[in-house]
Design a protein around this ligand. Structure first.
Ligand SMILES: [Zn+2]
Length: 454
C-alpha cells in the first residue's frame, strides 16, 4: 500500500458481552453476579479446523464469550427454555482470519493526489466502516499491517471496548521503510512533504540499524501488537522496484530482534528474492506477498518455519477496477510484473509445504470481499480444507493467538460463522457468510433467526 498504516492484533481484550450490559447489578458484590449467558448452537455440519473433515450434528455450548463444550447432538443436554441457535441446516466454521489488511484504506483512492488530500481522520472514518464490513463478511480477526500512526491501535481499542463494531484487530503501525522506499513519498519536489511527526519521521522512515531500532521501539511505545517492515520495493509506491531489496540484512535483523525482545511478531513486505531471503534469515515471522520467491527462498522458509502470506486474489482487481480509479501507469506496469508470477510462486510454495497464512491486502480491493481469495488458492494448488485452514488455524498460529482463535475448541473465543452449502465442495460459498458470532455475541444472522447485536 502507499503510506497506509498498520494495524496490530487485538490484545486479549475482553469483548463486552452486550447481552449482559443492562443488568442492574452495579451495586451488588461480585460474588453474586449472574452466571454468564449460555447459548447452544446446533450445527448440522461443523468444520472445526482441527482436521480436514466435518463433524455432523453437534451442539456447541457457548458460555459468555468462550466455547464451553462441543458435543454430539445425540448426547447433548439442552435444557428447556435455553437459548438455542439453530444452524442444523448450515455449515459452521471458526471465524475467519485475514493476516494482511489495511482497514483505513479505500479501494477507490488510487489517484496520487490523494496522498496530499487525506488526513488521519479520513482514514479513521474509513476504518470504522471497513471494520464493520469485514466482520459481517465472517472475518472475526484481522491483522492490520500498515496505517498512519497509530490509527490501528485506536481502532483495536475502540472495538475491544465495544464502542464500535469490528473484528479483533492485531494492530501494526506504519510499515517501516528506508528513505526513498515503499513507505516513503517519492519523486516529488524535495520541497514537498507530508510529515506529521518530523522528529520521528512519521514512525515510518528509518536508515541504519540505530534508526530502525528506534522506530521499532517507538511503535511499541504507542501500543502496536506487530511490527511491519518493508524489505523490498512495492507495487503501489512511486520510484522503486518491487524486486529490489530495501534494508540490509543487518537492519532487518535489528528490527526482528527488537520486535521479538518486545514480545511482538514482525511481518516483512517482500516481493523480490533477495529481500525475501534477507528477511527469512533475519528471523522475520512472515513474508508478505512473497511474489518472486525462488526455490532457494522456498526451501529457506521451510527450514526456518517462516510463514508466507500471499495476496494472490487482488491482481484481478488491480488490473481491472483500480485502473478506473486512477491507478497510475507505473503501478499497473509493476503489478503486471509481479501479480501473475506470484500465483505460480504460491503453487510452488504450497507443493513444497511452506507454512501458509491467509492475507489478502484488503484495502487494495474492497473490504468485505476477503473470502474471494479462497477460490484463487484452490485454483493454484490448495484443497478446499487446506485453504480454509490457512484462514483459521494457520493464521491464528502466525499471529500468536492459537489459544484464543482459529479453531472451534473448548476454551477458545466463541468466534463462529456459518454458511449455507458445502465449502469443502465449493469454497465460494464462503463469500456469503450468513451467521457471525464474535466472543459469544451474534452480529449477523440470516440463517437461524436469532436476535442480533448492532
Ligand atoms: Zn499491504
Amino acid at each position: 500500500m502507499l503510506a497506509a498504516a498498520v494495524l496490530c492484533a487485538a490484545q486479549e481484550s475482553s469483548q463486552p458481552a452486550k447481552a449482559q450490559e443492562n443488568h442492574p447489578t452495579a451495586a451488588r458484590p461480585a460474588a453474586s453476579k449472574p452466571a454468564p449467558a449460555i447459548t447452544y448452537i446446533r450445527a448440522g455440519k461443523l468444520f472445526d479446523s482441527t482436521s480436514d473433515s466435518y463433524r455432523e450434528n453437534v451442539v456447541i455450548v457457548v458460555e459468555g464469550e468462550r466455547i464451553k463444550s462441543v458435543e454430539s447432538a445425540a448426547s447433548a443436554q439442552v435444557p428447556a427454555g435455553a437459548k438455542v441457535v439453530d444452524l442444523s441446516k448450515a455449515t459452521v466454521l471458526p471465524g475467519l482470519i485475514d493476516c494482511h489488511t489495511h482497514l483505513g484504506a479505500r479501494a477507490d483512492r488510487y489517484d496520487p493526489i490523494n496522498a496530499f488530500k487525506e488526513t488521519p481522520y479520513t482514514h479513521a472514518f474509513a476504518a470504522e466502516k471497513n471494520a464493520r464490513t469485514t466482520l459481517m463478511a465472517g472475518f472475526t480477526t484481522v491483522r492490520d499491517v500498515g496505517s498512519g500512526p497509530f490509527m490501528a491501535v485506536d481502532l483495536r481499542n475502540y472495538i475491544n471496548e465495544g464502542y464500535i463494531i469490528g473484528p479483533r484487530v492485531v494492530a501494526s503501525g506504519p510499515g517501516i521503510s528506508i528513505t526513498g522506499g515503499h513507505g516513503d513519498l517519492n519523486n516529488y519536489s524535495p520541497e514537498t512533504s507530508v510529515t506529521l511527526f518530523p522528529t520521528e519521521r512519521n514512525y515510518q522512515i528509518a536508515d541504519g540499524a540505530d534508526q530502525v531500532r528506534h522506530v521499532v521501539r517507538a511503535q511499541v511505545k504507542y501500543g502496536v501488537d506487530v511490527i511491519k517492515i518493508l524489505a523490498t520495493g512495492g507495487v503501489l509506491s512511486k520510484g522503486d522496484s518491487p524486486g529490489a531489496p530495501q534494508f540490509t540484512y543487518e537492519e532487518l535483523k535489528v528490527a526482528a530482534d527488537e520486535a521479538h525482545m518486545a514480545g511482538r511478531k514482525i511481518a516483512a513486505h517482500a516481493h523480490g528474492a533477495e529481500g525475501i531471503k534477507n528477511a527469512i534469515l533475519a528471523g522475520i515471522d512472515s513474508i508478505e506477498h512473497a511474489s518472486l520467491a525462488t526455490d532457494e527462498d522456498i526451501q529457506l522458509a521451510k527450514q526456518h518455519g517462516t510463514y508466507f502470506d500471499m495476496d494472490i486474489y487482488n491482481d484481478d482487481y488491480l488490473l481491472g477496477k483500480a485502473i478506473e480509479f486512477g491507478l497510475p501507469q507505473e503501478n499497473i506496469d509493476k503489478e503486471k510484473m509481479v501479480g501473475r508470477i506470484q500465483r505460480e510462486t504460491f503453487q510452488k510454495a504450497v507443493q513444497a509445504g511452506v507454512k501458509m497464512a491467509f492475507g489478502t491486502d484488503a484495502g487494495v480491493y474492497p473490504h468485505g470481499d476477503n473470502a474471494r481469495q479462497f477460490a484463487t488458492m484452490v485454483k493454484f494448488g490448495m484443497t478446499p480444507p487446506q485453504a480454509i485452514r490457512t484462514a483459521t488455524q494457520n493464521s491464528a498460529d502466525l499471529i500468536g493467538r492459537s489459544k484464543d482463535v482459529g479453531t472451534i475448541e473448548v476454551g477458545k473465543y466463541a468466534d463462529i460463522i456459518a454458511v449455507s452449502g458445502d465449502p469443502l465442495q465449493d469454497v465460494t460459498v464462503l463469500q456469503n457468510v450468513g451467521f457471525v458470532m464474535k466472543g459469544g455475541v451474534v452480529y449477523k444472522d440470516k440463517l437461524a433467526g436469532t436476535a442480533v447485536t448492532e
